[in-house]
Design a protein around this ligand. Sequence first.
Ligand code: PEP
Ligand code: MG
Length: 535
Amino acid sequence: MQKYSGTSVFGGVAIGRLFVYVKDGQQVRRTAITDIPAEIERFDKARLAAKKDLDELYEKAVKEAGQDNAEIFTVHKMMLEDDSFKDSVYNIIEEQSVNAEYAVATTEDNLYEIFMGLEDEYMRGRAADIRDISERVISKLSGNNATLTLYEPSIVMATELVPSETVQLDREKLLGFVTLEGSKNSHTAILARNMNIPALIGIKPDKDLNGKLAVIDGYEGCIVVDPDEEYLAKMQAKKKSDDDKKRLLLELKGKENVTSDGRKIDIYANIGTPSDFPFVTENDAGGIGLFRSEFLYLKKEDFPTEEEQFTAYKSVAMGMSGKPVVIRTLDIGADKQADYFKLDKEENPAMGMRAIRICLKRPEIFKTQLRAILRASNYGNIWIMFPMIISLWEVKKAKSILEEVRRDLEIEGVPIKPVKVGIMIETPAAVMMTEELAAEVDFFSIGTNDLTQYTEAIDRQNPKLADFYDAHHPAVLKMIEMTVKNAHKHGTYVGICGELAADTELTEKFIEYGVDELSVSPSMVLKVREKVRSL
Ligand code: PEP
Ligand code: MG
């Protein structure tokens, strides 16, 4: 097993045999000629034939890589018409009385050097295009037709691939490609990205690798040749999960979460920090059903300021462009500890000073967070959610603090939009109080992780209890059903944001109960959508 590192131009995994492409290296000989006008005519004919080829390549690229990517061949046609290219060839033929092939090859070398010497990386990327058009004209002059034919699914390895070679490759058989040279901005790299082909540049192999089994790891930026069984199995699994994801994206992006008999459900995503946000849009979630705001606190040595929090909430709210963003207020304590909170040591932290209990006992911390959330409300569709509720009075108290903060901000003239207010249902006490609680809030979100822990009296952190832990325990399922029923009596929206929401064995049941929303980790959004649509 040998590993070669390079620069990845497109992530993803490719597994297959290497096809090492050695260009014919068109040998151009310098020949003296006497009939200069005839040689110039030969060059112009070859140039026009090359332009015709480019029309065909353009059509092929439009079909396989899209209009934008095909434009490179329009650029190549323009380069063939460019005076600096044409005049250089004419001059060399006229002044040196040499054959057109030699004049084109000399022009190619000169322009290649000029482009490679430029500061701008994009312009350096154009040097490959000069090579491409020149080689094409030389092929026409010499009657050669350099082609790159793949006979089996392969990873292509070459010193450098020019765009016309990339697009000629049979897409069905091309698994990925690796080049020894090339720049990240070359059109070949751009095409690879747009065609979703794993590709690496800047690889330095130390021997002939033709025909060997290889794995491109576009995430790590390396290629492993002659992989051992363990590595191969690991990369096959990675590839399978990529393929599943791609298939789901292709099939399901932009589609509704609707069953075949027309029942709809919202599928949202859970995040910890704004850096998770790109995965939410990438996976087409309809909103953020749980922003675990405590991660903003856990990453720090001291309390995050109002401004820091405002920036984080605002960026997510804006990014979601009006789709709901449910920000759960601080759920610190139990397994999520931050020293600077200086919480007392407790016998039973999971049942101790945590979440809303800290916020109600230490309102100064709570108010800072609520100010940041309300200020951010102006930039999107923010919902506020209180965690670990067991009693009605806690909700009333939290809401009254929220009102106080709102009034203060209004007096300061800070613009605020209306926010929905909801609670987590994650204790059996809350479940039993759902009728009363539903009248007090706009929405519920069922936290099945804690609800299961407290219902089954099983510490969710303790792996030794795995045999007793039952994610599908009827007690928990009955509580979910009851919560939905009581919520809907008051027109209260109800979602599930614990891990159970992503359990596709239960999707049908949740829809039967009438759950309005499932909020899952971003990578599960499309899997759950697929399940819903299959019902
Ligand atoms: C839950 O308890 O189900 C939940 C979503 O909250 P957390 O996992 O953050 O406790
Ligand atoms: Mg919880």
